[in-house]
Design a protein around this ligand. Structure first.
Ligand SMILES: C[S@@+](CC[C@H](N)C(=O)[O-])C[C@H]1O[C@@H](n2cnc3c(N)ncnc32)[C@H](O)[C@@H]1O
Length: 225
């Protein structure tokens, strides 16, 4: 499954040129993506006054972090990624938030990556990042690692690709005229049921797919208080 698991071909996240082209392309999707990221940020279990520490896994150029920082004025965000090229752009874009943001480089494919992020955290957010790891068994391990850096009572909010569970459903997704994202729809073990099972096995007590639009969805997983 490993290499085939990459849903959109091979990304070169370490290339400054590729990263800058990807960010440029992403900006054209802003009108669709921003409301989703705003919605994700709004579901973080927090109150305005209480300072919280949030980890953005695979945070890229900072689109999710920016929504969290705007929504929660007392939040500190640790933006994680393994691409120096992405983190450099993020540091520029999020410069106005000053010491409210910390940047950490770590490869999710490597054991112990989450121990280098300076946890624990009250919440972990992520968008379109975790599917990049090298295979479904690693997704489960990444969930386990995230559980380990979450405070009791904290939650993971992961917006990511959730593939159809059968060829028939994949065909249905392709036929939907409202589908405007050009994902390469695959039938893989990374369907909603698999994600929820992996999250439970990682230790999360309350798991759900909060919303889903074809192959894009938001998973919620909380750690018991
Ligand atoms: C599609 S981008 C999403 C960026 C950001 N979350 C957003 O929604 O704009 C995927 C990000 O995951 C990062 N990434 C991919 N594989 C990774 C890995 N093994 N460890 C850490 N980060 C990774 C990439 O560098 C990239 O910044």
């Amino acid at each position: 499954m490993g290499a085939d698991f990459r849903p959109n071909g091979t990304h070169d996240w370490h290339s400054a040129t590729y990263v800058s082209e990807w960010i440029e392309g992403d900006a054209t999707r802003d009108v669709d993506r921003r409301p989703m990221l705003r919605r994700l940020a709004g579901l973080i279990p927090a109150t305005h006054a209480r300072p919280i520490r949030v980890l953005d896994v695979g945070g890229g150029y900072g689109a999710v972090s920016a929504e969290v920082l705007e929504r929660w004025p007392a939040a500190h965000v640790t933006l994680h990624d393994y691409s120096q090229a992405m983190v450099s752009v993020a540091a520029e874009r999020l410069g106005r938030y000053g010491t409210r943001v910390t940047y950490r480089l770590a490869d999710m494919n490597e054991r112990g990556w989450a121990d280098r992020l300076g946890g624990p955290f009250d919440a972990v957010v992520s968008a379109l990042a975790i599917h990049n790891v090298a295979g479904p068994e690693l997704v489960e391990r990444v969930y386990h690692d995230i559980f380990g850096v979450l405070r009791p009572g904290g939650a993971l909010l992961n917006m990511d690709l959730l593939f159809p569970a059968s060829d028939g459903l994949a065909e249905l997704y392709r036929r939907d005229p409202t589908r405007h994202y050009n994902w390469d729809v695959r039938v893989t073990p990374a369907d909603v049921d698999s994600h929820l099972r992996w999250l439970r096995r990682a230790g999360f007590s309350e798991v759900d797919c909060v919303w889903k639009d074809l192959e894009l969805g938001l998973l919620w997983a909380s750690r018991a208080a």
